[in-house]
Write a protein that binds this ligand. Structure first.
Ligand SMILES: Cc1cc2nc3c(=O)[nH]c(=O)nc-3n(C[C@H](O)[C@H](O)[C@H](O)COP(=O)(O)OP(=O)(O)OC[C@H]3O[C@@H](n4cnc5c(N)ncnc54)[C@H](O)[C@@H]3O)c2cc1C
Length: 458
């Protein structure tokens, strides 16, 4: 798509969609815009938000000592337009709260990431996905408009089609480096009170891939993800919304969802319990033992675990030899080769597998990346909590292999890319074009500095 050069515009309290703005939201935006407008320092600035961050916590992350911009109160749903199936909300709204508000109206966000307190702002800036992604891509792909506060306090309304279209697209996967997302407009879909899921069992990678492709092509299911317990025990979990259920299960205390995918053939959930079925840790559940879950499981969801890890990071984490937690995105055609290599070199199972449709060639990746990509379907393979062995840096090993297979990893965890290699994957000219408008003094850091240097304490 062609992008016009973005220009500055004053803060307008109405959107081109004709959707209203809430007065208290306007006041919050004016407060932040004023703080930024008056700021003279060019030292790095980080966001202060209410919920926990779902970035892999790092001991020496510079964000802890940065000056903060206060976004604590940007956590309200502003409007749900049932007829147009559109929601307007602030970036700090967690998905569990959003689902609580939309589901009674028979609607849900199109992509609901599987952890309760991932926020809609974090989902855009950090590339969240889930089991409807095989149809719709990521949460960003369901968004219609962003309001963005620039480093100098200008407020921009960005849509895929207006003069700020490049800023709109580059906000996705920006990890906060482009500007402050202050309001989002996104689509909703009809939902029902229950979800019926079937766990297909496969004993070979080939039959697993055939089934993923067949569901993808036929669109005969509404949800599709899977757990790869090993390369000879692969579960594909497919399902749809239903009006009623003969029974329901939930996996937020004693029972562990990923284990159920190996044992059960089908399952029923209340819709919110389906969305957040992985909240105790996708494949890295805490507490690990049944007794531990019996005593503490009710109080230790992903939010509490991440909060504790962040607070106690100096004692419980090791930046020099961190466990591997990473999402990798691979072209569908390369998945078999990847899994065979992975079993040899990593051999850490189970893996979470999420098919992801290529709905848009993201502007934050380089043209050369897209030139090497013929697939219309990507697969997210997520590894959680693998202990590194010997001297090998498994993060770096993965970075190199992904480049060979034309895959990428998300930047939520430890990143070891040399700078020139990084910018062969991530689109520096597009970042620079947008930053020239939204953050010319680089107070939000650039993508490499933030995710590969500052996060690692450099
Ligand atoms: C253990 C673990 C499990 C995970 N499991 C899943 C999963 O099941 N499904 C899934 O989709 N994803 C998962 N993720 C990834 C997650 O979706 C992303 O890390 C996401 O960015 C987290 O959003 P958050 O609301 O916690 O935002 P944060 O972690 O607070 O922020 C994420 C990034 O977005 C930026 N950002 C946040 N808000 C704004 C804003 N208002 N304006 C500008 N920039 C902003 C921040 O600066 C930061 O760089 C997981 C991550 C971890 C660590």
């Amino acid at each position: 798509m062609e992008h016009t050069t973005p220009t500055k515009e004053p803060f307008r309290p109405n959107t081109p969609q004709g959707l209203g703005q809430d007065a208290s939201h306007v006041r919050k935006v004016a407060r932040v815009a004023e703080q930024l407008g008056k700021r003279r320092s060019t030292a790095p600035l980080s966001r202060q938000k209410r919920g926990v961050s779902h970035q892999v916590p790092k001991v020496r992350d510079k964000k802890h000592s940065d000056e903060k911009v206060n976004l604590l109160d940007f956590d309200q749903v502003i409007e749900i337009d049932v007829e147009r199936r559109i929601c307007i909300a602030e970036p700090g709204v967690p998905f569990c709260k959003l689902v609580d508000q939309t589901l009674p109206l028979g609607l849900v966000p199109i992509v609901v990431p599987e952890l309760k307190t991932i926020t809609i702002g974090g989902a855009v800036a950090g590339c969240s996905i889930e089991s409807m992604s095989f149809q719709h891509g990521g949460f960003h792909d369901t968004c219609l408009e962003y309001e963005i506060i620039t480093a100098s306090g200008d407020v921009l309304t960005c849509t895929p089609d207006n003069e700020h279209s490049l800023i709109f697209q580059m906000m996705h996967g920006s990890f906060g480096t482009v500007g402050i997302l202050s309001r989002l407009v996104f689509r909703l879909v009809p939902a029902k009170p229950y979800v019926h899921l079937r766990h297909e069992k496969h004993t070979s990678i080939d039959s697993y891939l055939e089934s993923i492709w067949s569901h993808y092509e036929r669109r005969d299911v509404e949800f599709m993800d899977g757990i790869i317990h090993s390369n000879t025990q692969l579960s594909l979990c497919v399902g749809e919304f239903v009006d009623s259920a003969p029974y329901t299960n939930r996996y937020d205390w004693l029972k562990v969802y990923y284990q159920s995918t190996a044992k059960r053939h089908e399952d029923y959930f209340k819709t919110p319990h389906y969305f957040f079925r992985y909240d105790q840790g996708v494949t890295n559940v805490h507490p690990k033992s049944f007794l531990g879950r019996l005593l503490l499981g009710k109080f230790l969801g992903s939010t509490e675990i991440l909060k504790l890890a962040e607070k106690l990071r100096w004692w419980v984490l090791n930046d020099d030899r961190p466990d591997v937690t990473v999402d990798t995105f691979l072209p569908f055609s390369k998945l078999k080769e990847f899994l065979l290599w992975y079993a040899e070199d990593f051999d850490h199972f189970p893996l979470w597998c999420v098919p992801y449709r290529r709905v848009h060639d993201y502007e934050w990746l380089t043209d050369s990346f897209w030139k090497g990509m013929d697939d219309e379907l990507m697969i997210d393979i997520a590894i959680y909590g693998m202990k590194q062995r010997g001297e090998t840096n498994y993060y770096r090993l993965m970075e190199k292999k992904l480049q060979e297979l034309n895959g990428i990893k998300t930047l939520i965890s430890y990143n070891y890319y040399p700078e020139d290699e990084f910018w062969q994957i991530f689109n520096r000219p597009n970042f620079e074009a947008v930053k020239a408008i939204t953050d010319p003094n680089n107070i939000f850091r650039n993508l490499y500095e933030k995710t590969c240097q500052a996060a690692m304490g450099q």
